[in-house]
Design a binder for this molecule. Structure first.
Ligand code: NAI
Length: 330
C-alpha cells in the first residue's frame, strides 16, 4: 500500500524502512506536519501515517478523503488529535499502536522523579563548573513515600510496579477497576484521597474531555504541601497556569513534564536559534525545580521497533481486509 508519513524524522525513516522489509509497502516520508495546508500532499497514497501533534480535525480529514486516503494510521498510542466522529462519517478507518513499550514511558517517569528529587539536573551543571557544594541538592528517600497514580492502564501499572520495588506505598485512581493493580498491592481510592495523601502524583490517563485540565487550581488546592507532580501522559491534562501558581506558592515543590499543552508549536524541532514566543512555557523553564523533556518518554529503540512493526501490520490488515484489532472507534 502507498503510505504518506507526516512529521517524519530521520529515526522514523530508519525504523520504518527496516521494519518494512517484512511488509513491502511503499513509504513516502514527509517532514511537514499534517494540517489543512499539507493534507493535499497525501495524494497518491491510500494511507497516511501520523504522530502525536499532527492535526487530524474534520477539515483536514475532508481534505485527506478528497486526496484518496482510506486509512489514518497513528504511530502512537494516544489519539486525542483525531476527530474520530468526523473520520467515521467520512468512512475513514483509524488505527493506532495501543501498546509498544509501557516500560519506555514508565522508566522515563522514574527518570524524572529521581532527577527532580536528587536534583541531578542541577548537580550535573555544578560539577562541570567545579562547584562541589551540596547546598540546595538535598533530596528525600523514595522508600516509604506515598505515590498516587492516576490512570492504571499499561503504563500506570508498570510505573506502580517499579515504585513498589523502591518500597513506596502506591495509591491508584482509575475509572475502571483493575484486578492486576490490586494484586500487586496498589490501594485503589478516589481522586481526593490521591490528592490528599500523595507525596508524588504521576499522571497516566489519556487526554479526554473528562481529563482535560484535571489538574487545575481546585485539584492542586487538595494536594499535600510540597507535592511532586509528574506528567508523561498528555499536556492538557494539566492547567499550566494553575501549576505555575502552585509553583510560585511552593505548594508544588517539584514538577516533571514530558508533555505540555501547547507542545505542538515547540516539541520535536530544533528551535535553539529562534526566540521562543510561548511565555507560559518560558515561565516554567525559569523554575529550578521544574524538569521538562520534549515528549521523549516513548523514545527507546525497543519502542520504535515495536511502533514500526505494529503500524505496518495494522496497514497490512486493512489492505487484506482482516479484522482491525487496533482500530480506534468514536
Ligand atoms: P491505557 O489505555 O493502557 O491506560 C489508560 C488508563 O487510564 C486506563 O486504565 C483508563 O481506564 C484510565 N482512564 C481513562 N480515563 C480516566 C479518567 N478520567 N481518570 C482516571 N483514569 C482514567 O494507556 P497507556 O498505554 O497506559 O497510556 C496512557 C497514556 O500515556 C496515553 O493515553 C498517552 O496519552 C500517554 N503516552 C505518552 C507517551 C510519551 O511518550 N510521553 C507515550 C505513550 C503514551
Amino acid at each position: 500500500m502507498n503510505i504518506t508519513f507526516f512529521n517524519s524524522k530521520a529515526y522514523d525513516q530508519q525504523f520504518f524502512t527496516e521494519a518494512n522489509r517484512d511488509y513491502e509497502h511503499q513509504l513516502k516520508f514527509l517532514e511537514v506536519p499534517l494540517n489543512e495546508h499539507t493534507a493535499v500532499l497525501a495524494k497518491g497514497s491510500e494511507a497516511v501515517c501520523i504522530f502525536v501533534n499532527d492535526l487530524a480535525n474534520a477539515p483536514v480529514l475532508h481534505l485527506l478523503k478528497e486526496a484518496g486516503i482510506k486509512l489514518i494510521a497513528l504511530r502512537c498510542a494516544g489519539y486525542n488529535n483525531v476527530d474520530l466522529k468526523a473520520a467515521a462519517e467520512l468512512g475513514l478507518k483509524v488505527v493506532r499502536v495501543p501498546a509498544y513499550s509501557p516500560y519506555a514511558v514508565a522508566e522515563h517517569t522514574l527518570a524524572l522523579i529521581l532527577a527532580l528529587n536528587r536534583k541531578t539536573h542541577r548537580a550535573y551543571n555544578r560539577v562541570r563548573e567545579g562547584n562541589f557544594a551540596l547546598n540546595g541538592l538535598m533530596g528525600f528517600d523514595l522508600h516509604g513515600r506515598t505515590v498516587g497514580i492516576i490512570g492504571l492502564g499499561k503504563i500506570g501499572l508498570v510505573t506502580a510496579r517499579i515504585l513498589k520495588g523502591f518500597g513506596c506505598r502506591v495509591l491508584g485512581y482509575d475509572i475502571r477497576n483493575n484486578e492486576e493493580a490490586i494484586q500487586i498491592g496498589i490501594e485503589f481510592t478516589d481522586l481526593d484521597s490521591v490528592y490528599a495523601h500523595s507525596d508524588i502524583i504521576s499522571l497516566h490517563c489519556p487526554l479526554t474531555p473528562q481529563t482535560y485540565h484535571l489538574i487545575n487550581e481546585e485539584a492542586i488546592g487538595k494536594m499535600k504541601a510540597g507535592v511532586m507532580l509528574i506528567n508523561t501522559s498528555r499536556g492538557a491534562i494539566i492547567d499550566t497556569q494553575a501549576v505555575i501558581k502552585g509553583l510560585k506558592s511552593e505548594k508544588i515543590k517539584y514538577l516533571g513534564l514530558d508533555v505540555y499543552e501547547e507542545e505542538g508549536d515547540l516539541f520535536f524541532e530544533d528551535l535553539s536559534n529562534k526566540v521562543i514566543q510561548d511565555d507560559v512555557f518560558m515561565r516554567l523553564l525559569s523554575f529550578n525545580n521544574v524538569l521538562i523533556t520534549g515528549h521523549q518518554a516513548f523514545f527507546t529503540t525497543d519502542a520504535l521497533q515495536s511502533i514500526a512493526h505494529v503500524t505496518l501490520q495494522n496497514i497490512t490488515d486493512f489492505e487484506q481486509g482482516n479484522d482491525l484489532t487496533n482500530e480506534v472507534l468514536p
